[in-house]
Design a protein. Structure first.
Lengths: 67, 346
């Protein structure tokens, strides 16, 4: 699984990182550490018609974007 | 070094921009509520009333109205940034129904940037204060890693003509004088994802003074007024409803939204303030079941240099919208206080 580490980044950067990664991969995981990124990356995944889920991991979240 | 930074543009130097850079409202409120209260007979509106500016009674039928607003850039062009920062700061005076008389500039500026950039910011601000008929009488500039600019603006006005956010009456129509979505478009722009035409619309909207909206509105019976900025449409509506002890019903199908803003919001280009705004005022707003999630995002998103939010009698509202020729929209109405200050309907 391709893992995108967007921790320490503020919006819109994590969304841009997810967008770039989804151009080359059908499924990715995105690590984020703030709520705006958690919400915004999930919105991006859903707008791209993907299955999206998130779970807490460490001090942040892992967002799983699946086809 | 200076050349590199200029090429990269002003926005590359800042983490958040425009009214989205406001401290989360809940945090600020906590601090302010812990300060010892201050009462003065002459202070008609202060920070306790959550109005756009303070109003100080001069005792001769006139009041002093004063406000301060500054923020980091949301556009790379320094002249445009100066225009937007000035239009945004001047707006608080228009939202009180007054006209700005004199202003002081507040600037934070990185020592690594060329001073011509600062000059352009100030010239941009000057073009807007000139348009407003307001003098910039001085200011203060400090060295800082992130550039920031704004104005402290003063107006002297007739006491009985001042608008506050506290006079909305049941039966009034609620009017908005600029489209929503600037905060979303600027967030997308920071990621290089905002279409050029949408960016231009947003910039034009932000640099447009609320002067014409105010000058046209003084011909009608304005019961309450504020402007829509970092606290979002819903936040500022909630403030008006609470100050007026009524409920504001917003008809979501009548909201004016900048082109592309809805699509970009759906793709997650939402400013951080969208979430802190909901934390603070989410409990004051009701939505119908199954309400459009993206429209909700837009209504909670911070705006920069947004339009006036006006409460006036229904007939006046219709005439006002007609005289504003496409630059004002009736977006809701005032009803008796319901369970929550703001009710969004479809």
């Amino acid at each position: 699984m391709v893992e995108i580490d967007a921790r320490g980044r503020s919006c819109p950067e994590p969304v841009i990182m997810a967008k770039r990664a989804l151009k080359e991969n059908e499924e990715i995981d995105v690590l984020v550490d703030n709520r705006a990124s958690l919400e915004n990356v999930q919105r991006y995944g859903r707008a791209m018609k993907k299955q999206v889920s998130a779970k807490e991991e460490g001090t942040g979240w892992r967002i799983e974007i699946r086809r | 070094m200076a050349d590199d930074m200029e090429r990269a543009g002003l926005t590359s130097l800042v983490r958040s921009s425009g009214c989205n850079a406001k401290l989360p409202p809940g945090d600020l409120h906590r601090v302010l509520s812990e300060l010892p209260p201050f009462h003065s007979e002459a202070l008609i509106a202060g920070y306790e009333s959550a109005d756009d500016a303070f109003v100080y009674d001069l005792g001769d039928g006139r009041v002093l109205i004063e406000t301060v607003d500054f923020f980091p850039p949301m556009v790379d062009d320094p002249f445009l940034f100066g225009e937007i920062a000035a239009a945004n700061a001047l707006s608080d005076i228009y939202a009180m129904g007054a006209e700005p008389s004199v202003a002081l500039s507040i600037a934070c500026f990185p020592s690594c940037l060329d001073l011509d950039v600062l000059k352009s910011i100030m010239l941009g601000a000057r073009s807007k204060t000139d348009e407003a008929g307001c003098a910039i009488a001085g200011g203060h500039t400090i060295s800082d890693r992130e550039p920031k600019f704004g104005l402290a603006v003063t107006a002297v006005y007739d006491k009985d003509k001042v608008w506050t956010n506290g006079g909305a009456r049941s039966g009034d129509s609620i009017i908005l004088t600029k489209r929503l979505g600037v905060g979303v478009l600027m967030t997308a722009s920071k990621g290089g994802e905002c279409p050029e035409e949408a960016f231009d619309d947003a910039v034009l909207s932000m640099r447009t003074l609320n002067r014409h909206a105010r000058n046209t509105a003084v011909r009608y019976s304005i019961h309450a007024a504020t402007d829509v900025t970092g606290f979002s449409l819903l936040g500022h509506s909630a403030e008006m409803a609470e100050a007026s002890e009524c409920t504001i019903e917003i008809n979501s199908s009548s909201l004016p939204v900048h082109r592309s803003a809805y699509d970009l919001a759906a793709f997650g280009f939402l400013p951080e303030g969208r979430y802190t705004n909901e934390d603070y005022i989410g409990s004051k707003v009701s939505f119908p079941e199954g309400f459009d999630r993206t429209l909700k995002d837009l209504m909670f998103s911070p705006e920069t240099s947004g339009g006036l939010l006006l409460s006036m009698p229904k007939d006046d509202a219709e005439n006002y919208v007609r005289s504003m020729e496409g630059n004002a929209w009736i977006i809701g109405r005032v009803i008796d206080r319901a369970s929550l200050p703001v009710a969004v309907i479809m």
